[in-house]
Design a protein around this ligand. Structure first.
Ligand code: PHE
Length: 510
């Protein structure tokens, strides 16, 4: 039963004005840099057209079912990640704070990449990077020195990063509907248009079809390789933004009596649709590049920072109307990344607000100012790129996937909460959730993800990561991943305010 006091409390926490706004915000979170710069290369490397099979299996057996789980948690228990877990069972609150920690770390460095992309959107017009984009990016732009830690600020990064943080603080302070919701309602359609224009332009380049052939040519033997299946599961989890607490937080802002399973289908399919579109755009452009330089597509295919800040500028240099192509690409990165960044910050702000019962503005400042300072001091210096690379690598592996597996196991086996979550989903959901869902979430998906994690762990233990000094990997990799875990469980020890209903209260709707 919900009481009038609950309704007032909910209105104060913030609400999305409609299911449409929620879906757009969830898509905004899911569609990020991962879709544009990670998916195309992962698909290319892991069997091309044949990769679609493990990818779709992972989407339907793990991605969307786990999305159901997070939606059910947030929508039923109506709280940020820590509060929803605490209401599920008091002892699991630490899981929520662990996710909050992961989100805080991601926000710190994700903002930096958006700042680079912002600079590069403008650089596209004058091809500021000159004839050697590689040397320009690492040398002139980042001014990367030796690996280590320096406090030499690079003004070319500092200024766009300040702009990104300024915009973020305004959006976050505006609250759930006016800030988070409205940003997605505006940015997502604009992103779709910009990206479609990019794909069309890329498809008209000579050599585009060779690029698409390289991407989609199926290598069926890849299906026998467990690593390919692992890559599919990893991509789906990262890409759908699950395991971060984002979907728990967002669904707590959705009106009661809403079709959550239908919403999850829309979000899951839109995200994958965008991903495939990105694959087409990126590989068409790479096909052009390969032809222009007379090499095979495999020679120019890359992902991540190398694709965006080295390969793409080179493509822009050669392509007809290259300035437009470059602007569309970097502008898309900024839009896609910004809405994802908003979603990770919302996880942290929402948790702080629930726990300390503070105003939206105060929670926003308490979270974003330290985050912005760490981001500015840590990453706008000449050593930022190295730290970013290491933190990113470790948080992706031992943050997101590990929390996802642990929370699935705890909800299924320790709390035994799946049947009640299933019932909640079925109350208003358009996709019927049955026993298959319980089997997937309690056994099959944890086993597959556990396997992926252990292989990754062995690989990391086997060879130290990159060419970095050992202490850097220790501090910014292992220690950072451990720190968010420990901080999470310490934060869970802080008692709730006496007027926050946490215990044994059914949050079911009237
Ligand atoms: N789904 C996002 C992406 O594809 C992942 C992400 C979300 C990363 C939020 C950072 C912050 O990029």
């Amino acid at each position: 039963m919900s009481t009038a006091a609950d309704d007032v409390r909910e209105a104060n926490r913030g609400m999305f004005s409609s299911r449409r706004v929620f879906i757009l915000a969830a898509i905004g979170s899911a569609v990020g840099l991962g879709n544009i710069w990670r998916f195309p290369y992962v698909a290319y490397e892991n069997g091309g057209g044949a990769f679609m099979l493990p990818y779709l299996v992972a989407l339907f057996t793990a991605g969307i079912p786990f999305l159901f789980l997070e939606y059910a948690l947030g929508h039923k228990y109506r709280g940020s990640a820590p509060l929803s877990f605490a209401r599920l069972s008091r002892g699991t609150e630490g899981l929520g704070w662990w996710q909050v920690g992961v989100c805080f770390m991601i926000a710190v460095y994700y903002a930096v990449v958006i700042a680079w992309a912002l600079s590069y959107a403008f650089f596209s017009f004058g091809r500021t990077w000159g004839d050697d984009p590689d040397a320009y990016f690492f040398g002139d732009y980042l001014q990367a020195g030796d690996p280590g830690v320096s406090l030499d600020f690079v003004p070319g990064i500092l200024l766009p990063l300040l702009a990104v943080w300024g915009a973020l603080i305004v959006v976050m302070a505006l609250g759930v509907q006016k800030g988070v919701g409205r940003t997605s309602v505006i940015f997502i359609p604009v992103l779709l248009l910009a990206f479609l224009a990019l794909v069309i332009q890329a498809l008209t380049l000579t050599g585009a079809s060779a690029g698409l052939d390289a991407l989609f040519a199926p290598n069926w033997s890849a299906l026998g390789d467990p690593a390919v299946w692992g890559a599919a599961y990893g991509q789906i989890f990262f890409s759908l933004s699950i395991g971060f607490g984002i979907m728990i937080t967002y669904s707590s802002y959705v009106k009661r009596r809403t079709d959550m399973t239908g919403s999850a289908m829309v979000v899951g399919l839109s995200n994958s649709g965008f991903e495939i579109l990105a694959g087409i755009g990126v590989f068409a452009a790479l096909g052009f590049m390969a032809q222009a330089s007379g090499v095979a597509v495999g020679e120019v295919a890359t992902s991540g920072i190398g694709l965006a800040f080295v390969a793409f500028p080179a493509i822009v240099n050669e392509a007809p109307a290259g300035a437009l192509l470059g602007f569309l690409f970097f502008f898309s990165l900024v839009l896609a990344g910004f809405t994802s960044l908003v979603s990770v910050l919302e996880v942290v702000i929402s948790a702080v607000r629930d726990k300390f019962e503070t105003s939206r503005l105060r929670a926003t400042l308490v979270v974003t100012i330290p985050c912005a300072i760490i981001s500015l001091v840590g990453f706008s210096t000449t050593s930022g790129i190295y730290v970013l690379d290491i933190v990113d690598h470790f948080i992706n592996r031992f943050g997101i996937l590990l929390v996802a597996v642990v929370s699935m196991l705890v909800v299924a086996w320790v709390v035994r909460g799946l049947p009640q979550l299933r019932d909640h989903l079925n109350r208003d959901g358009s996709v019927p959730v049955r026993g298959w869902w319980i089997v997937l979430m309690s056994v099959i998906t944890p086993v597959v993800l556990g396997y992926v994690l252990i292989t990754e762990l062995l690989a990391v233990l086997d060879e130290t990561y990159g060419d970095y000094p050992g202490w850097m990997v220790l501090v910014f990799g292992w220690l950072a991943a451990l720190l968010v875990l420990v901080a999470g469980f310490l934060l869970a020890r802080i008692p709730w305010r006496p007027d926050t209903p946490v215990h044994g209260r059914e949050r079911e709707e009237a």
